[in-house]
Design a protein around this ligand. Structure first.
Ligand code: FES
Ligand SMILES: [Fe+2]
Length: 452
């Protein structure tokens, strides 16, 4: 783990306080410029491999004016194309009204306007009256335009820039730090999306720090207060908790409840989390937590309660064919609890589950975004449920997430107030906010965080 020290000591460690101007959140010109300078330049998480398991399965991914078709063109091959017919520009695959994206299975893609047809490799296979073009539709002019596509962590990533850097390079050090968690083996428990009245950055920033927890989610404070940190990691950033000495295992997501009797508080915290967030835990962890009071004597030290809880849940899962990743506590302490992948994706990782957020702009309106959250876990072979992206109104989300949502539109309104002097993120706990804007400014040429 020698490299990790270097990563943390990156020159742009952003330890000093900064001021983040409101421009990136509220300016219509900035939002319009993002299309060309940001969204058409970066790697974007566009779906999961399990969304297209069979040859001919496809999904679409839309970002402002651009739409991409991602198709499994062979058992081990995925291709991505601009979702536009090269004849006269009809969007080739329509996104069904009210749906997050299109998906399905096709042997080929037939344009609904004049019937030009394309195979799964994007090659044109049919043009009515092709001779009328006098042989000029050659050199791929009648084929679909290719989009850069690659995979990591079980996700499909696209980049609209033909000259982009390789995905593997783009994702460092996040990919290297997250690889031990085996995220590619996880499958969704639920997936929800919604349109918010705030900029996509406001939505992402509601989840990239732990500074808000004590006020926005006061219920969690009864379960013990671990100090949260945030670190800049090149293009990306991560957050985590400092665990008390002797409880280093707890610096990850699977942590004990604090209080008099950790057997009872762990159970309370697990039940509360399951019922009110439906994230960051699994049924196995909840049910083992509920038995701690029967299986461990009163007065068992916290570190032993923690070790027993996690070991027992791990074994019970193993017995039903669910194998958690093995990650040593030192790595856990460095990897933290979530990574912000620049610009608009967050992976809240653990050895047996994860919680992911993404926010995309809603057209070029700076005051709106498309927000989505998905919770994943490990399932016995073939037992993962079939899930769909479900449009979910605010009051239908888990209550803890509603608490986060409650801040978003109000932040957007506040940032537009003539009296707002720019954001002042906590340099220790909210460094991910500074990191996002420092990196955005490199693409956008404006909006950089200012030092005092
Ligand atoms: S626009 Fe597609 S076939 Fe004419
Ligand atoms: Fe929150």
């Amino acid at each position: 783990m020698g490299e990790i020290g270097k990563i943390v000591q990156a020159p742009e460690d952003l330890v000093a306080p900064v001021n983040v101007p409101a421009e990136a959140y509220v300016s219509p010109e900035y939002a319009r410029a993002e299309r060309d300078k940001l969204w058409r330049k970066v790697w974007l998480q566009a779906g999961r491999l399990e969304d297209i398991p069979e040859v001919g399965n496809y999904i679409t991914y839309d970002i402002i004016d651009d739409s991409v078709i991602i198709v499994r063109s062979g058992p081990d091959e995925i291709r991505a194309f601009h979702n536009v017919c090269p004849h006269r520009g009809r969007k080739l695959v329509d996104i069904p009204e009210g749906k997050r994206n299109a998906h399905g299975t096709r042997p080929n893609f037939i344009c609904g306007y004049h019937g030009w047809t394309f195979d799964l490799d994007g090659k044109n296979t049919y043009i009515e009256h092709q001779d009328d073009w006098q042989g000029h539709l050659c050199d791929g002019l009648a084929d679909l335009g290719k989009v850069q596509v690659d995979t990591w962590g079980g996700w499909i990533w696209i980049n609209l820039d033909p000259d982009c850097m390789p995905l593997a390079e783009y994702l460092q050090p996040a990919a290297q730090m997250l690889d031990p968690y085996g995220l590619e083996k996880m499958r969704p428990r639920w997936r929800k999306w919604i349109v918010f009245e705030c900029n996509w950055k406001v939505a992402m920033e509601a989840f990239c720090e732990t500074y808000h927890v004590s006020t926005t989610h006061p219920e969690f404070m009864t379960f013990g207060q671990f100090r949260g940190w945030a670190r800049n990691q090149g293009l990306h950033s991560n957050i985590g908790y400092d665990a008390p000495k002797g409880q280093e295992e707890d610096s990850g997501k699977l942590r004990l409840g604090a209080g008099e009797d950790p057997r009872l508080t762990t159970a309370e915290m697990q039940n509360f989390t399951w019922q009110n967030a439906n994230t960051n835990t699994t049924m196995t962890l909840v049910s083992v937590a509920n038995r701690l009071k029967d299986e461990l004597p009163e007065g068992t030290p916290p570190a032993e309660v923690s070790a027993y809880w996690i070991k027992t849940a791990r074994e019970e899962d193993k017995a039903r064919g669910v194998e958690w990743a093995q990650v040593d506590p030192q790595h856990t302490a460095q990897a933290g609890t979530a990574w912000q992948i620049f610009p608009n994706f967050q992976i809240g990782h653990a050895v047996n589950n994860m919680l992911c957020y993404q926010a995309r702009p809603y057209g070029t309106d700076p005051d709106k975004c498309i927000f989505e959250a998905a919770v994943y876990e490990l399932w016995p072979e073939g037992e993962a449920p079939e899930t769909e992206w479900e449009y979910t109104r605010p009051h239908e989300w888990p209550p803890v997430l509603q608490q986060d949502f409650n801040n978003m539109a109000a932040v957007q309104q506040g940032m537009k107030n003539v009296g707002f002097r720019g954001a002042q993120p906590n340099p220790y706990m909210e460094r991910s906010v500074a990191s996002l804007h420092m990196n955005l400014a490199k693409f956008m040429g404006t909006g950089a965080p200012k030092t005092y």
